[in-house]
Design a protein around this ligand. Structure first.
Ligand code: MCN
Ligand code: CUN
Length: 792
């Protein structure tokens, strides 16, 4: 009589995404679809130059444009102590520039008007006089003793350096190098990249002076954090602030930080006493919101002749732009960079890093990665590739020798993380089999006869997903856990709310499946709501693929609380003691008498009509979940490419992905996450180029130059799965949302390198555009992508 879990849309069902019903009909409700009565519109004037002192701003002509209601400058903000705001990395960021502009695209003024076109026209009437200063566009320039001081607004800041940081065991690592037979080294730059969600950022601030309530519709992945931040920055009482994050047209990390536009629209609404809408345009999003990466990585590996890794030392230098606004909740200066090499048995490791201010938009947004994990895994897999070559060892064999073994879990990494579970070698072998690794050498020979260069690239990695736990992770002091609230109605239908916020991952579909699994209520009978701080339980939002590991766990736990109460009601209805009650999916029955039972829906009805004496009526509850550890999914990505040495163009012949994210709630959604992530990885490896010239002009600041991959150029991906349940998660699930973006790029780059390294090339920096690959093959030399670039 137990229900068929797949039929009710429980765990493991590839249930169709319920949110797509509105999305594909064009009925999603995104920020720009929200229209409030008497709403005004705001536009932002951005700096055309990267580094300059503001000598004067004349806004008089803008005020005269009919329909203009308000013009805001740094002075307006400063008068209310809002010219600067705190960042998530304990730095400050200018909301509207007062003294200087520090990157091209920085906010210089804002106009509020009856419609967005008037506001934009009026922006063009604002006259700003700039006194240009030399621009700094990479850490090398920032370090130079003659470099201008970018952050002269900060007391005690006498250089452009932001931090120094180190972790690991220096002495043990030095001993490993003393014992090494071979030392392999590599140096590279992971270029800036931009998450570029389809929908840019925006907000609608609505301050009601009569009630004192501030409602803000905002494109944010973390509404509760925003509420706390607004309460602190604007000094408004928290219960009078309501943040609503509507449907998001993608986030990819871009919608984690607090951007100046949000803050300006809030002040504009307070001043005008009308709702004020700000919708960023695509270029504004591309040049001024958080960039990812921009890290210089170098490392050395100590190796024994037989292929065993003895030790690793690494140095990273990160370029943070003008404000240290990294969206990352770890106490570590460079995020989780030290998760690097976590899937390998590396006895000793030592990492040093430093970070610099430059005249670029803030960097360090975690673009689909847990805070620098993408850079960590990219470097790891490029280093592994180089080391195998230096040893003259097969790429797969070298990995097999060093991957953490199945029976070694929980495994303590050299940098102190505790990885939870995995079957690494199994994933690798499955991938090798699928790509046809054993016949590759012959294929490569054959292709050379045709004048084509074949390459195969492997990327194997585990990554930390799911921040918290609260012991180690916090955002501005708020501890990292998450929550779920479940209300089962009288008819057995239910509403579930969590503290996470879907941006496209499909929470409305998958959370209902967890409830269906735990309670046997069909997934279609459960509606999922997120993103409104007045109704959702407090949570830390969605990033670091933490939703399944943390909020998803809370969904399971609250369902179990509901089941525990329903069991008591069942005992009452069946007139037996609770100990005599058995559970099967969707139903309680009397032990030894399976026929006598009540469904979960019967219990729901009774909860509101017939509870035992002394029991509170109702069937609702909430759960706050503080995970004991991060979850550690594993992936083996293997790519086969063909390079045309005459043009530098490379094509992906085959791409195989083997992912182990523990128990899969919805296999189709998981596969969608992997395909989307690999598409982004491919774009970064192949075509996405956004950089800076000597004057700090952002090159690639539009979608003609900064390419988003379409179905046309994106290769097909062959997906395979391995399931190693997460030992500490209530349903055995690990995160998956970022794995492919994190692990994917190295597979593409290693493949191209494998095709061309016989020419003596060791590294070509991403993106591997045809001209770079062509130059590398032609000259047998490495190609660096570090800015500034020269433009004619
Ligand atoms: N899932 C599952 N089984 C698992 C793990 C996950 O069925 N074992 C499902 C989940 O239920 C969820 C989806 O897969 O529907 C992703 O889950 P999870 O790995 O928990 O990641 P989050 O939901 O926390 O999503 C965040 C992650 C991040 S940080 C970025 S950035 C990102 C990404 O997801 N941005 C995205 N994927 C994205 N996908 C879309 N479409 N749009 C974005 O902006
Ligand atoms: Cu890391 S980008 Mo996602 O964490 O929102």
């Amino acid at each position: 009589m137990a229900l068929d879990e797949l039929k009710i849309g429980g765990m493991g069902a590839s249930r169709r995404r319920v949110e797509d019903n509105r999305f594909i009909r064009g009925k999603g409700k995104y920020i720009d679809d929200v229209v409030l009565p008497a709403m005004l519109h705001m536009e932002i004037l951005r700096s055309p130059v990267a580094h300059a002192r503001i000598k004067s701003i004349d806004t008089s002509a803008a005020w005269e444009v009919p329909g203009v209601r308000l013009v805001l400058t740094g002075e307006t903000m400063a008068a209310r102590n809002l010219a600067w705001m705190p960042t998530l990395s304990y730095d400050t960021q200018a909301v509207i520039a007062t003294d200087k502009v520090r990157f091209q695209g920085q906010e210089v003024a804002a106009v509020v008007a009856d419609d967005p076109y008037i506001a934009k026209d009026a922006c063009s009437k604002i006259v700003v006089e700039y006194e240009q200063l030399p621009a700094i566009v990479n850490p090398d320039q920032a370090k130079d003793s003659s470099a201008p001081l970018i952050r002269d607004d900060k007391v005690n800041q006498d250089s452009n350096k932001i931090f120094d940081w180190e972790i690991g065991d220096k002495e043990a690592t030095e001993r490993a190098f003393a014992d090494a037979d071979v030392v392999s080294s590599l140096e590279l730059h992971y270029p800036r990249s931009h998450p570029s969600p389809l929908e840019p950022c925006g907000s609608i601030a609505d301050f009601d002076r009569a009630t004192g309530k501030l409602t803000v519709y905002m494109t944010t992945q973390a509404p509760h954090i925003i509420r706390a931040a607004v309460a602190m920055v604007a000094e408004l009482p928290e219960h009078q602030i309501r943040i609503i994050s509507p449907d998001l047209g993608g986030g990819f990390g871009n919608k984690v930080p607090v951007y100046p536009g949000y803050v300006i629209s809030i002040l504009a609404s307070i001043l005008t006493e009308r709702p004020v809408k700000w919708i960023e345009d695509k270029s504004g999003n591309l040049i001024s919101t958080g960039f990812g990466r921009d890290v210089y990585l170098k490392g050395e590996m100590a190796l024994r002749k037989d292929g065993k890794i003895l030790g690793m030392r690494m140095h990273t230098t990160s370029d943070h732009g003008a404000f240290f606004a990294d969206a990352q909740p770890t106490k570590f200066k460079i995020g989780l960079m030290h998760s690097t090499f976590a899937c390998y048995d590396v006895p000793a490791a030592y990492l040093t890093s430093d970070g610099y201010y430059t005249n670029k938009a803030p960097g360090g947004v975690a673009y689909r990665c847990s805070f620098r994990v993408t850079e960590a895994m990219f470097f790891q897999e490029r280093m592994i590739h180089a080391a195998a070559n230096d040893l003259g060892m097969d790429q797969a064999e070298f990995r097999r020798v060093n991957l953490v073994k199945d029976d070694a879990f929980p495994y303590r990494t050299a940098f102190g993380f505790l990885t939870d579970s995995g079957q690494y070698a199994k994933c690798l072998d499955l991938g090798l089999e699928a790509i046809g690794y054993s016949s590759f050498k012959a294929e490569q020979e054959e292709a050379r006869k045709r004048g084509k260069l074949l390459g195969i690239g492997i990327s194997t990695m585990t990554e930390p997903l799911g921040a918290g736990n609260s012991r180690e992770y916090d955002i501005i002091g708020i501890k990292m856990f998450d929550s779920a609230e479940l209300r089962v109605h009288m008819t057995g239908k239910a509403i579930l709310r969590t503290g996470a916020k879907t941006q496209g991952q499909g929470h409305e579909t998958t959370w209902a499946q967890i409830v269906a699994h735990e309670l046997g209520i069909p997934a279609d009978d459960i509606v999922v709501e997120e993103g409104d701080t007045d109704t959702a339980p407090f949570g830390m939002g969605t990033y670091a693929s933490r939703s399944t590991p943390v909020a998803g766990a809370a969904v399971a736990m609250v369902s179990r609380k509901i089941r525990a109460k329903a069991r008591k009601i069942a005992a009452h209805l069946l007139e037996v003691s609770e100990e005599d009650i058995e559970w099967e999916l969707g139903r309680f029955y009397v032990r030894g008498n399976e026929e006598r039972g009540v469904t979960i829906q019967d219990c729901a009805l009774a909860a509101y009509s017939n509870v035992p004496d002394g029991m509170e009526p109702g069937l609702e509850n909430n759960a706050y979940y503080d995970p004991p550890n991060l979850t550690w999914p594993f992936a083996a990505y293997i790519c086969k490419v063909e390079v045309d040495p005459e043009t530098g163009v490379w094509d992906v012949l085959k791409f195989v992905a083997v992912d182990d994210c523990g128990v899969r709630i919805n296999p189709m959604v998981v596969e969608g996450q992997i395909m989307g992530g690999l598409t982004e990885a491919y774009a970064m490896a192949n075509m996405q180029y956004i950089t800076f010239d000597e004057e700090g002009n952002c090159i690639g600041a539009n979608y003609i130059d900064y390419l988003l991959p379409t179905a046309w150029e994106t290769p097909g991906f062959e997906l395979h799965e391995v399931v190693t349940p997460c030992p500490h998660h209530p349903i055995g699930a690990k995160g998956i949302g970022e794995c492919a973006t994190v692990g994917g790029p190295a597979a593409f780059v290693n493949a191209v390198m494998s095709a061309i390294e016989h020419t003596g090339v060791r590294n070509v920096d991403m993106p591997l555009m045809p001209n770079r690959v062509y130059d590398a093959v032609r000259n047998g030399q490495d190609v660096s992508g570090m800015p500034p670039v020269r433009v004619e």
